[in-house]
Design a binder for this molecule. Structure first.
Ligand code: XMP
Length: 520
């Protein structure tokens, strides 16, 4: 295995935690380069001069399950500062002669920790109260501290919540500083990087752009790439990255599934073919999709059908262009963790996102997914760096399966037509009232129920339209947006008065979790 030779960096050794990518993200936010490497792959000989700090991630294992993980303990003899988080803290203690055992009380969720000693790691972390709320998630804990380690902080259940061996620059944290629930957690990571490892800032959106372009060139070589372009933020950023990396060897395929938002196909063609001058192949597959989806109401079936058909269509067009070996997709990190585990640990499947779960097992194209370790807001910054228009960059996310998953029950032409209009009026109203950019994602959905209404002197019996608008940081958790009553009145009147087929509008007031952002 090879590490990037030049940049000073932190290595994150991954033991399968679902938060490993969050650690990397926090380090990127601090303006520093990091690389994630599986515990199974990293050996002491791989660690060169550029590695200035090592972070051992959490993970679902127990430090005594020696056959389930591997770790080259010579890494700890390199005199490089080490920060162990959760399982990483336990393994660091064990390898230094401490003991770990199952806790009497498993700790999941918020806990208070208290300052017990000074440390560079906690400089300006605790504040006057000498206490902080932190996010714990562990069943085991360190029960005996190794020689020359001291306690920096404890909670009522974890005596060794933060520990250090100042001389060796080894630090252990039982909780998760990388998650937002931990108050001021980023300060701990920042102290480790800047105060202890003494790394200087060396990483920005521009650096990230350059590295991604370089990686694409390396991966793709002389071959051609077909890119699944939807016109949304993610695939637009991917297309522009590839455009910069390989220019005319990129072929963007835009499939009109018939399940897009109103006027979307015209806008995409205008932007990518006319303005950005990319090779754009427009495929009108409306009929094909609707035929396959006829009478299907199960959400997972809809997703699978759409995902599979998408890939089939790509392959069909890929065959027409010689030497296409790759398919580029705008998969993001949250798409991956919700569909399957990327770290090797088991996480439960919530939905099959169409760009992941829908892939057939035998695909004849290799994947290029340059955004798969990034979060949405990072992709937006990257898009600005790539000089994409603000219109594209700040667009609300739109899922691959499109309106199909905003229309519980079976899909019909009539429903699609109604839903396109409702969504259009809602989004227009958000823009007109200056709300669009305050909201992370908003859409209209059509529920498969009809209710009675009265218009003029007539009884109506029409569909129920659900509006959803949420705030979020990365789509992994979300809160519903609180509209003023006046806005809700305006939009409900507009929809009911303008669209034949809807006579009632409701607003979704659930957060994620327990709901998800989409309905299906
Ligand atoms: P959920 O509904 O899982 O949505 O809370 C989280 C975010 O992911 C988007 N989403 C998808 N994006 N393909 C995509 O590209 C999909 O199959 C898919 N399903 C959901 C959703 O719109 C939200 O932004």
């Amino acid at each position: 295995m090879s590490l990037d030779q030049n940049l000073n960096k932190v290595i994150i050794i991954d033991f399968g935690s679902q938060f490993t990518q969050l650690i990397a993200r926090r380090i990127r936010e601090l303006g520093v380069f990091s690389e994630i490497i599986s515990h199974k792959k990293i050996k002491v000989k791989d660690i060169n001069q550029s590695v200035k700090g090592i972070i051992l991630s959490g993970g679902p294992l127990n430090v005594y399950q020696l056959n389930k993980y591997s770790f080259d303990s010579k890494i700890l003899e390199l005199r490089i500062p080490v920060l162990g988080i959760c399982f990483g803290h336990q393994i660091l203690s064990k390898l230094n002669g401490g003991k770990v055992k199952q806790s009497k009380h498993r700790e999941f969720g918020l806990a208070n920790i208290y300052k017990k000693g000074n440390s560079l790691l906690t400089k300006n972390f605790f504040g006057k109260k000498k206490s902080k709320k932190v996010w714990m998630s562990h069943a085991d804990q360190v029960s005996k501290l190794p020689k020359n380690f001291k306690v920096v902080s404890s909670s009522s259940n974890s005596k060794y919540a933060i520990v250090e061996n100042k001389l060796k620059k080894f630090y252990g944290i039982q909780f998760h500083p990388e998650v937002t629930h931990t108050e001021n957690g980023k300060k701990l990571i920042s102290n480790f990087i800047f105060q202890i490892c003494k790394i200087r800032k060396n990483w920005s959106s521009k650096d990230q752009k350059i590295k991604l372009i370089k990686d694409i060139k390396l991966k793709v070589g002389p071959d051609k790439v077909i890119c699944a372009l939807s016109g949304g933020v993610d695939s637009s950023v991917v297309a522009q990255l590839l455009n910069k990396a390989i220019g005319k060897k990129l072929y963007c395929v835009f499939v009109n599934t018939g399940l897009l938002r109103k006027n979307e196909e015209a806008q995409v063609v205008q932007t990518f073919r006319k303005r950005l001058k990319m090779n754009l192949i427009y495929v009108n597959a409306e009929k094909e999709f609707l035929k396959k989806l006829k009478n299907i109401s199960d959400p997972e079936k809809k997703r699978k059908i759409i995902g599979n058909l998408f890939i089939k269509i790509f392959e069909r067009y890929a065959k027409k262009i010689k030497n296409v070996k790759f398919l580029a997709q705008g998969t993001l990190y949250p798409d991956l963790i919700e569909s399957k585990s990327v770290t090797g640990s088991e996480t439960s499947k919530i939905k099959s996102h169409h760009n992941v779960g829908g892939l057939p097992k035998k695909m004849s194209l290799r994947l290029v997914e340059p955004l798969k370790f990034l979060f949405k807001d990072e992709v937006r910054k990257l898009g600005l760096e790539l000089k994409l228009s603000k219109d594209i960059i700040s667009r609300h996310p739109f899922p691959g399966p499109g309106l199909a998953i905003r229309m519980p029950g079976i899909i019909t032409n009539e429903k699609i037509k109604i839903l396109k209009e409702a969504d259009y009026y809602f989004i227009q109203a958000l823009k007109e009232h200056g709300l669009y950019h305050k909201i992370w994602q908003a859409y209209a959905a059509l529920l498969p129920v009809k209710t009675v209404g009265v218009m003029g002197d007539n009884r109506t019996y029409e569909y129920l339209c659900l509006l959803r608008a949420i705030t979020s940081e990365d789509g992994m958790t979300a809160d519903f947006y609180e509209f003023k009553k006046s806005f809700m009145q305006i939009i409900s009147n507009k929809i009911v008065n303008s669209i034949r087929g809807i006579n009632r509008v409701v607003y979704d007031v659930t957060s994620k979790p327990p709901s998800t952002i989409e309905l299906e």
